[in-house]
Design a protein. Structure first.
Length: 200
């Protein structure tokens, strides 16, 4: 069994409004992510919110997702992941770490990451794709962390973020190459969002 932790606790300072609620193709960003996870068969889904929790819940209705609030989102991504892991199923064999501001990730990509993990449940699976800007392979999200490494998520320095976990010497990484630019796209500014809407 897998759990998904959807990180949506950022303050969206550069965007000026909650990114989770930005509309794309008729749905808020956060719903695109949750819908993709449902389609991939991930039944246990935890959404982690921050200071904008009331606004997000006023504009988005969970459909089976559990919602938790990070009381100190200023402590960064790893603090939000910890909040989500505490509410995730205690019987989960792995955790799919997703970003709420990545609505364009292909639902099939979630399935490919899960299938790769099923082939070796001890591996952290990180998708990567070709980035045209510099002709390099770039790692992205979602990342799948085996339950065996759950403890590491609570040990690392908060300022190091998830990078500390994925680069720990005890961790075995599988870089899964996918043809999905959505895994490295997020939308931080109004200009980023305008380009997305224009391209839709």
């Amino acid at each position: 069994m897998l759990s998904a932790v959807i990180l949506a606790a950022g303050d969206s300072a550069r965007m000026g409004r909650p990114k989770a609620l930005l509309q794309w193709r008729g749905k808020p960003f956060i719903e695109h992510v949750c819908d993709a996870l449902r389609r991939a068969g991930v039944e246990d889904r935890v959404v982690v919110l921050g200071r904008d929790s009331h606004a997000i819940l006023a504009g988005w209705t969970p459909a089976g997702e559990k919602v938790t609030v990070n009381p100190k989102p200023e402590h960064g991504q790893l603090s939000s992941l910890r909040a989500g892991l505490l509410d995730a199923s205690q019987t989960a064999e792995g955790y799919l770490v997703c970003l709420a501001d990545q609505p364009t990730v292909d639902p099939e990509t979630y399935k490919k990451i899960i299938d790769r993990w099923l082939a070796d449940k001890e591996c952290v699976v990180i998708p990567r794709t070709f980035r045209a800007a510099d002709s390099k392979l770039k790692r992205g999200h979602p990342i799948l962390i085996p339950a065996a490494h759950r403890g590491l998520c609570f040990e690392g320095p908060l300022e190091k973020g998830l990078h500390w976990v994925t680069h720990h010497p005890a961790v075995k990484i599988f870089d899964l190459e996918v043809k999905d630019p959505g895994i490295i796209l997020d939308f931080d500014t109004p200009e980023d969002y305008a380009a997305l809407v224009k391209g839709a």
